[in-house]
Design a protein around this ligand. Structure first.
Ligand code: AMP
Ligand code: GLY
Length: 424
């Protein structure tokens, strides 16, 4: 079966690498891909948000399955368009992707389904939001733009003054455009964060081992928020019992409520969880694999992912049984361009990729890379996801950083403490 993977990040490289290993995979295409997917699969010159282009390509290249990686095309209805054209696609419909596309929809659904999450209020204008903040206790809150904002529309505030400024940025200056038409103001939760992902066909669900992302740019969780500077899996923060608890109190009621709302959810349901004193609470839902969580997860997956996704698309996930995992943990360290998450220079040659790839139990997943005249160069903020397996998290961390040491380009940097929360 020919497979098309849509996207160009580390997540899509990991998906292409894993799917290519399936005995059932024919040609694996990635649109648009990066310099890494060009090695493990075949790149297609199409943007990830080009819905008509992707449908046309899938039709004319005998694609048996399209896997949509990022949220933007899912929220824009790429899966619906593929299905309408009689093609098979993995990922939620436009209606179901609202779970990530609209924080207001998500919060309302969580409330209806009685899923533990932060208390919240929704505002449609700056005056009512300002009034609310001025009248209530000066407790820490989180201010969120309703729509997609490439992970930047969430502002965690220490106090009222910061919250008022956040409201001004979202609703006044419209820093995130139409994503800021509605604002959610919610209680700020404290605790460790974990990512719990599940694959679902709308009725059956398979929960994957919990991972932990590192969203802050710098060591010790300091600095601005990023797309994720590294992840590891499984995380000891989430015991088997806790994982079962999250499945029962969070994932299952969400899937049921989506079905009841006539928006059956099929694809990857990713719960961002805060492990609070009062138990696990949902911070947000994503409707796709996390990036970089996907890299350590798939590095550990032994079961044929194509079989699993195929079964999910056909609504027969119950036939899959247990997914088999490498017992060894995996750590993924993101190497970034100088200046990220702010602006950065592109086009620096990346050296040492072969030396890193030659290390045992290491895989260098590409994200923002491009191959220019035979030379791999940096093209994005997050450039590589250097991922390693080890018998313990500490050993996997060591192996990942040994591989990182092989790789250099001008201005390359990474966090030095990925997975330390699990080790300490
Ligand atoms: P999101 O884009 O919704 O994943 O939010 C990004 C990050 O903001 C999360 O990973 C958390 O670190 C933080 N965050 C979101 N909501 C809350 C909350 N209610 N309390 C504390 N932190 C939050
Ligand atoms: N790792 C966070 C995300 O994929 O949104």
């Amino acid at each position: 079966m020919n497979v098309l993977i849509v996207g160009n990040g580390g997540r899509e490289h990991a998906l292409a690498w894993k799917i290519s290993q399936s005995p059932r995979a024919g040609t694996v295409f990635v649109a648009p891909g990066n310099a890494g997917t060009a090695i493990d699969a075949v790149n297609v010159d199409l943007q990830a948000t080009d819905i008509p282009g992707v449908v046309k390509f899938a039709k004319s290249n005998d694609i048996g399955l399209t896997i949509v990686g990022p949220e933007a095309p899912l929220v824009a209805g790429m899966v619906d368009a593929l299905q309408k054209a009689g093609l098979r696609a993995f990922g939620p419909s436009k209606a179901a992707a609202e779970l990530e596309g609209s924080k207001v929809f998500c919060k309302n659904l969580l409330r209806t389904a009685d899923v533990p999450s932060a208390d919240y209020r929704v505002f449609r204008d700056i005056e009512s939001a300002t009034h609310y903040l001025t009248e209530r206790e000066d407790d820490p809150v989180v201010v969120k733009a309703d729509g997609l904002a490439a992970g930047k529309g969430v502002i965690v505030c220490q106090n009222r003054a910061e919250a008022l400024e956040a409201v001004e940025r979202i609703a006044g200056n419209r820093e995130f455009g139409d994503a800021g038409k509605q604002i959610v103001i919610e209680e700020r939760l404290v605790g460790q964060e974990a990512s719990v992902l599940a694959i679902t066909d709308g009725r059956n669900i398979i929960t994957l081992p919990a991972a932990q992302d590192h969203k802050a740019a710098y060591d010790g969780d300091l600095g601005p928020n990023t797309g994720g500077m590294g992840a590891y899996c499984p995380t000891p923060m989430v015991s088997d019992k806790l994982l079962a608890d999250v499945e029962a109190t969070v994932l299952v009621p969400t899937i049921h409520q989506m079905k009841r709302s006539r928006r059956p959810f099929k694809g990857i349901l990713y719960a961002g969880i805060m492990l609070t004193k009062h138990g696990p609470k949902v911070l947000e839902y994503n409707v796709r694999f996390g990036d970089p969580e996907c890299q350590p997860l798939l590095m550990r997956m032994k079961t044929d992912l194509l079989e699993v996704i195929d079964a999910a698309v056909d609504g027969r996930l119950d036939e899959i049984g247990e997914i088999e995992w490498d017992p060894r943990p995996a750590v993924c360290v993101v190497m970034a361009s100088e200046g990220y998450p702010g602006s950065y220079e592109k086009g620096y040659p990346i050296r040492g990729l072969e030396a890193a790839a030659a290390l045992p139990d290491v895989k260098v997943f590409h994200a923002g890379t491009s191959n220019i005249d035979g030379q791999v160069v940096n093209m994005g903020g997050r450039v590589l996801g250097v991922t390693a397996l080890g018998h313990t998290i500490a050993k996997a961390k060591l192996a990942a950083y040994q591989a990182v040491k092989c790789i250099r380009w001008e201005g390359a940097w990474c966090r030095k403490d990925i997975s330390d929360k699990a080790i300490n």
